[in-house]
Write a protein that binds this ligand. Structure first.
Ligand SMILES: [Zn+2]
Length: 507
């Protein structure tokens, strides 16, 4: 038997009792999604703004006529009460089903089966307000989904935002938004724990409703909430919001990195192992971790703590043979690596002069970069569409869909942020470089001061070092092209002969 084709029929009444009913576009959205999922063939989309309590609906009557002529054999509507709420219209539908002109009715809210029981249930559904009441809760959910589609966050606003009841949107809370910004900035530094953030909030007067400190879990929830950079999660799925962001995606990403990294550490001793977690093993590729050994000197009744670094040996395919290395052995090696990128004042001036001279020339390069980035954004949009299609066609699972969508949306936001950054101030791409040269000027000082190991760690991380430890020797390459340049000053003239240019589209 040939499968029936359907009319999509959406109706909204202007009557006050039906005020809770959602708009026609909302119904159409839902029904189209349903049709795709159920693989229904739609012949036409029909809409009507009139009550179904009285007869005489023009579009409805026209639909009945077209069904009699065999144009479609099914109707897709939100709920039986959208089709008919008076006896005549209900009778017409049932008659068409009886005579086989109509083969099927589809409602996302109610399962209809074309058999004697089904027809009986349907005749009750038509004109019965019970169904209307039953479908209210479903309508509320549908209302939320529609809100989400429009980019409106449907939940309770988190710290930094308020729910504005009049416009039914979330707005920035002038009292607390800067506290949220400060919290993200602090946590991104990487030397604070979630408890520290809870204490920070307490100092700013932010407590739970019961006047207690905000829990670690809650702090983590805030620090991982995409709402703050302009997106939000609903039902496990990420959506672009229309609210104003509080922080940049870049800052959000740095915070996520810190959270990930700190997850591996024992929370009670965060300060003891500055070089754990970001150096890799040269034999098996796993991260280098740390541990301490306590030695007791009985004669002088003193304890001494020794810190060791070693491969975490988590690679199950390689039986790693690397041994541990004491921090005291590692430290001078890292110092000499830091020293390698240090700049003399003269070199520093030479670089900065060169940069300033070339700035004008780079404007056109920036335009090209922006064009490239925009194309990348378009590509991601296409991918997102394809992804949704695959999901609706049941080619991929919901969990895969959600994961991939979040990935793509995250990339898109990062790119869009770069674009607006470059468009607002075309010379700003030079600033990270200038900042880097500024820190290279400090490298000597950082290398020679052994009282602050975390400063060394931060310098190595910010300069984009790729650190590898093998046979108790640390090796370093530089992800940051400017750092690489400083580390090899003899090649400076060669590299800069053609002018300082952004060599990659991804700055
Ligand atoms: Zn290893």
């Amino acid at each position: 038997m040939k499968s029936p084709s359907y009319f999509l029929y959406a109706r909204k009444s202007t009557e006050s009792e039906e005020r809770q009913q959602l708009s026609i576009p909302a119904q159409i959205d839902e029904l189209r999604t349903f049709a795709q999922k159920e693989n229904l063939t739609l012949v036409d989309v029909l809409t009507e703004s009139k009550t179904a309590k009285q007869t005489g609906r023009i579009v409805f009557n026209e639909m009945i006529r077209r069904i009699q002529e065999g144009e479609a054999q099914g109707i897709l509507s939100w709920n039986p009460d959208r089709l008919a709420r008076n006896a005549v219209d209900a009778g017409q539908i049932i008659h068409l089903l009886d005579t086989g002109k109509l083969l099927d009715l589809k409602f996302p809210t109610v399962l209809f089966q074309n058999n004697p029981q089904g027809l009986f249930m349907l005749s009750i559904a038509f004109g019965q307000s019970k169904y209307y009441v039953d479908s209210l809760s479903e309508n509320t959910k549908r209302g939320l989904r529609q809100k989400v589609r429009k980019g409106e966050f449907p939940g309770l606003a988190p710290l930094g935002y308020l729910n504005d009841r009049t416009i039914k949107k979330i707005v920035i809370d002038k009292q607390t938004y800067s506290i949220v910004q400060e919290m993200f900035t602090l946590y991104a530094i990487g030397s604070y724990r979630l408890e520290d953030m809870s204490n920070f909030l307490a100092k700013k007067g932010i407590f739970t409703k019961g006047e207690k400190h905000i829990s670690k879990d809650r702090v983590k929830f805030l620090l991982t909430n995409p709402l703050y950079f302009g997106y939000f999660r609903y039902n496990g799925e990420i959506h672009q919001g229309i609210h104003e962001p509080l922080i940049t995606k870049k800052l959000f990403d740095s915070v996520q990195e810190v959270i990930k990294e700190r997850g591996f550490k024992r929370p009670k001793e965060p300060y003891n192992y500055p070089f754990a977690g970001f150096i890799r093993c040269g034999e098996c590729g796993m991260t280098i971790t740390a541990e301490k050994h306590i030695k007791r000197y009985k004669t002088i009744n003193r304890l001494q703590i020794f810190v060791y670094y070693r491969c975490s040996k988590k690679n199950k395919t390689i039986d790693c043979s690397q041994q541990y290395i004491p921090q005291d052995t590692l430290l001078p090696q890292l110092n000499s690596i830091i020293q390698r990128v240090s700049l003399s004042a003269a070199d520093y001036n030479w670089f900065i002069n060169r940069i300033n001279k070339d700035q004008q020339k780079e404007q056109s390069a920036v335009v090209a970069i922006v064009q490239g980035l925009k194309k990348d954004v378009e590509d991601i949009k296409l991918k997102l569409n394809k992804l949704l299609d695959s999901y609706l066609d049941s080619v991929i699972e919901r969990t895969d869909y959600l994961k991939k969508k979040e990935e793509l949306v995250s990339q898109k936001k990062t790119l869009e942020e770069k674009i607006s950054f470059l468009e607002q101030s075309p010379n700003k791409w030079l600033e990270p470089m200038k900042k880097w040269f500024d820190s290279a000027l400090q490298a000597d000082k950082i290398a020679s001061d052994n009282t602050n190991l975390f400063e060394k760690r931060n310098f190595l991380k910010e300069s984009g070092s790729n650190l590898i430890l093998k046979n108790k020797k640390a090796h370093c390459s530089w992800k940051n092209q400017w750092a690489a340049l400083c580390a090899a000053p003899t090649s400076r003239n060669l590299v800069l002969g053609a002018g300082i240019e952004p060599t990659t589209r991804r700055l």
